[in-house]
Design a protein around this ligand. Structure first.
Ligand SMILES: *[C@@H]1O[C@H](CO)[C@@H](O)[C@H](O)[C@H]1NC(C)=O
Ligand SMILES: *[C@@H]1O[C@H](CO)[C@@H](O)[C@H](O)[C@H]1NC(C)=O
Ligand SMILES: *[C@@H]1O[C@H](CO)[C@@H](O)[C@H](O)[C@H]1NC(C)=O
Ligand SMILES: *[C@@H]1O[C@H](CO)[C@@H](O)[C@H](O)[C@H]1NC(C)=O
Length: 215
């Protein structure tokens, strides 16, 4: 009996070890700020995270805790929403502006802290203030825990695909104009895949030099 109890206790310990060993604490910083990009032959100042549009992909394992410091150096107030992440006991890290937090004002910062549990797959994060989500977005890739497999054969390669919309305008102006006029916002000028419209836009008609994609 003593031996059985010992075996039971040690298997419990092993289970505890197995569930905690793979859970890491990942700390990241996001800097939301101006970025000048060229799309559809137009140079446009957008708000983006870490000079990258889309912003950085976060790669985590199920069970990990994320700590993300968001520094708002942009001219607009902003929050970040972790779309699809179940915020268990961490609602204050969910991100919808004026619902779970006040917006982060320009020059300020806010730290999001949450654990990702019982979720796997590719989700995305995006700004949850005004139309800024159009350019402030990126992927969160949640891998299975160590020694847990994918529910499908392991893919040869993984490429996050983020679909979005592009305006040849400051997206905050697009929203403000719609609110001021009481009409729908201007229709976007293009759809984007990973921040890029298609290659077939006729830039030459707009006096754009050769291939706009690389200008
Ligand atoms: C964002 O940029 C900062 C400053 O360059 C860097 O320290 C940080 O690791 C970057 N964050 C991510 C998630 O790549
Ligand atoms: C960022 O861009 C805005 C235009 O959207 C501009 O008014 C502002 O001066 C820029 N800020 C910096 C720090 O360059
Ligand atoms: C972040 O904001 C807090 C106030 O909320 C401030 O005390 C702190 O200095 C800021 N941190 C940095 C690195 O700017
Ligand atoms: C919305 O579209 C109208 C008509 O094309 C244009 O005059 C206006 O400048 C646009 N608004 C913004 C904020 O880009």
């Amino acid at each position: 009996m003593g031996r059985l109890v010992f075996l039971f206790a040690s298997s419990l310990l092993l289970m505890v070890a197995a569930t905690t060993v793979s859970a890491a604490i990942l700390e990241h910083s996001f800097y939301a700020k101006n970025l000048t990009v060229t799309r559809l032959c137009n140079r446009q100042v957008i708000t983006a995270v870490n000079d990258s549009f889309p912003g950085p992909s976060l790669r985590v394992q199920e069970g990990d805790k994320l700590i993300i410091h968001v520094f708002n150096i942009s001219p607009f107030k902003i929050t970040i929403h972790w779309r699809g992440v179940s915020q268990l006991m961490s609602a204050w890290s969910d991100g919808p502006e004026m619902i779970t937090q006040c917006a982060i004002r320009p020059g300020n910062n806010y730290t999001y802290k949450y654990r990702i549990t019982k979720q796997e797959g590719t989700l995305f994060w995006h700004a949850h203030s005004s139309f800024l989500r159009a350019t402030v977005h990126g992927a969160i890739i949640i891998h299975p825990r160590a020694r847990h497999s994918y529910p499908f054969p392991k893919p040869y390669r993984e490429v996050p695909i983020l679909l979005g919309e592009w305006w040849n305008a400051n997206v905050v102006d697009v929203e403000n104009q719609a609110l001021a006029l009481g009409i729908g916002p201007n229709i976007s000028n293009a759809y984007t895949i990973n921040g890029w419209p298609g290659d077939l836009y006729p830039c030459s008609q707009n006096h754009c030099v050769q291939n706009c994609r690389h200008t």
